[in-house]
Design a protein around this ligand. Structure first.
Ligand SMILES: NC(=O)c1ccc[n+]([C@@H]2O[C@H](COP(=O)([O-])OP(=O)(O)OC[C@H]3O[C@@H](n4cnc5c(N)ncnc54)[C@H](O)[C@@H]3O)[C@@H](O)[C@H]2O)c1
Ligand SMILES: O=P(O)(O)OC[C@H]1O[C@H](O[C@H]2[C@H](O)[C@@H](O)[C@@H](O)O[C@@H]2CO)[C@H](O)[C@@H](O)[C@@H]1O
Ligand SMILES: [Mn+2]
Length: 477
């Protein structure tokens, strides 16, 4: 088996043993050791056939002492893909975590959703095949081709919402109290829609691990472990900035990152990010930091602040989606075939990463009522003082058995406010387009997006996207 790259933070936070006093599937949580029966968790992964599932399952196995699981269920609409991951899961858990009593893989909603404590959501509506269109169609018209930013994210969002909402309704029907941890993209659009559709659902949590991956890169510059650093951050998903990075003494280390980036680059260390396109993305982070004084942006800001350069760098007939199909997807599935054929994970190329760490840390914080800080997408309600109250913002939050409690960010300066208001309007209009079946809302959304702007260009892209998505989108009138 490959090296485990899980963080100290995970080990520390999970070192607090999980105890519960409840019976049945409802969790009654107490952090005090020994005052009740340990409640073993029933967990489902929706999008169980995802390329991220094997690494996540490895992380779960690595932290079995701290994460007691009774059953694991993988749910997917693609039976064949699911079966490959499902058979692998059976082998992995038999060897590495045999105490898990039940492993299921299924396409049946009731089996997947009934009596669960946690449901993790990682669907890709339309699959990587449609991601190719999302990225290549805008590029054909000279606009940024990216899966979550610009018209690509718009197209992906329009495909995802109905499926996502139906899944959440299904989960709530069978498991009203399950924690639903979503990181399916485009997370900003999904979060805006879930806020409208499930306004009172305190157990539906939208997260993204990109800031954590960036923090890992910062940590290596500071020769620290991520667990020793506490970020301050504000924005929308894939559209935010670090404002501070406190170390264990309370000193803000972000200025050191700023100085470092003046004449050097920070590269990601994660196995998952070794591809040249990710390395280029982190190089662009240095450029952004040099061009703008102040906060340090999320890498995704490159698409909004340098759209022309991004288009120029892209190959319109071979985008990141093609790289993933020929890279991660191929590698993961050949690893699965290998394990399934040899019936052992020993000697396989299975690795885990920050993605799984982040999810498991978050689950631990809920179960143990730890109130650890995570960046989560939440309804603003004054956290960012000068942005609308109903905006779905990504800010530091305390996460515990009662859910998510955002910390106050305060007012933000004009440049960021301007960018965020514009992006927010784009996100809201995208969700409006979905609910209103409205071509007009869709066009307005794309014209507002900084990666498009020009109306004839927006129309041309939209018309091509409608054609490509005719079997997936609601009909726009
Ligand atoms: N926010 C983050 O930090 C983060 C990090 C990693 C991955 N992701 C997201 O996780 C998702 C999975 O990514 P991937 O690259 O592994 O994609 P993938 O295509 O390999 O996996 C997605 C799986 O979801 C399944 N699926 C699609 N629609 C479904 C539905 N309606 N119900 C059930 N299953 C469905 C597919 O059949 C597939 O097996 C994507 O949305 C990706 O953007 C998010
Ligand atoms: O182009 P992809 O499919 O490789 O990546 C898209 C995802 O990129 C970010 O996720 C990172 C993640 O932050 C990092 O920890 C590691 O697991 O690699 C991922 C990329 O493979 C982003 O936050 C996600 O939303 C994207 O889905
Ligand atoms: Mn993300």
């Amino acid at each position: 088996m490959g090296n485990v790259t899980t963080s100290h933070e995970t080990a520390q936070s999970l070192a607090k043993v999980l105890y519960g006093t409840g019976s049945g599937h409802m969790m009654s949580v107490t952090t005090a050791k020994g005052d009740g029966l340990m409640k073993k968790l029933d967990i489902t992964i929706v999008g169980g056939g995802s390329t991220y599932t094997p690494a996540l399952l490895k992380t779960i196995c690595d932290y079995q002492d701290q994460l007691p699981i009774r059953s694991l269920t993988l749910y997917d609409i693609d039976e064949e893909r699911q079966a490959k991951v499902g058979r692998f899961a059976e082998i992995l858990f038999k060897e590495k975590y045999p105490e898990v009593e039940e492993i299921h893989y299924t396409t049946d909603e009731e089996k997947a959703f009934a009596n669960k404590d946690f449901v993790l959501m990682q669907i890709r509506s339309g699959g990587l095949k449609m991601r190719v269109d999302d990225e290549q169609i805008p590029l054909k018209h000279g606009a940024v081709g990216q899966e979550t930013c610009g018209p690509g994210g718009f197209a992906y969002g329009m495909r995802t919402l109905q499926q996502f909402i139906d899944i959440v309704k299904g989960i709530r029907h069978f498991s009203p109290d399950a924690w639903i941890i979503n990181y399916s993209n485009p997370a900003a659009i999904v979060a805006e829609a879930t806020k409208r559709e499930f306004p009172d659902d305190k157990r539906l949590i939208n997260i993204c691990d990109m800031p954590i991956a960036i923090m890992d890169a910062f940590s290596s510059v500071l020769d620290k472990d991520r667990s020793q650093l506490s970020p301050r951050y504000f924005g929308l998903n894939h559209f935010g900035w670090f404002t501070a990075l406190y170390d264990e003494t309370g000193k803000d280390r972000l200025p050191e990152i700023h100085s470092f980036l003046k004449d050097k680059e920070i590269l990601p260390s994660e196995e998952a990010m070794l591809d040249e396109s990710w390395q280029d993305t982190f190089k662009q982070l240095a450029q952004m930091t040099r061009d703008f004084d102040g906060y340090i942006p999320n890498t995704y800001l490159q698409y909004y602040l340098y759209p022309a350069q991004m288009v120029e760098k892209s190959n319109p007939t071979y985008t990141r989606a093609n790289e993933v199909i020929n890279g991660r997807e191929k590698n993961v599935f050949s690893m699965l075939d290998d394990v399934n054929e040899r019936q052992t994970v020993e000697g396989s190329s299975l690795v885990s990463g920050v993605h799984g760490d982040y999810i498991i840390d978050l689950m631990a914080s809920i179960i143990n009522n730890e109130s650890e800080m995570f960046l989560v997408m939440v309804e603003n309600k004054g956290a960012i003082e000068n942005l609308p109250s109903d905006a779905m913002v990504e800010v530091p939050c305390l996460v515990n058995a009662n859910g998510v409690e955002p910390l106050r960010v305060g007012p933000i300066p004009t440049f960021y406010k301007g960018l965020l208001e514009n992006q927010l309007a784009y996100e809201k209009l995208t969700v409006d387009a979905y609910y209103n079946n409205s071509y007009d809302d869709a066009l307005k959304a794309l014209v507002l997006n900084r990666t498009v702007v020009d109306t004839p260009k927006a129309k041309a892209i939209l018309n091509d996207l409608i054609e490509a998505n005719k079997d997936h989108w609601p009909k726009l009138d």
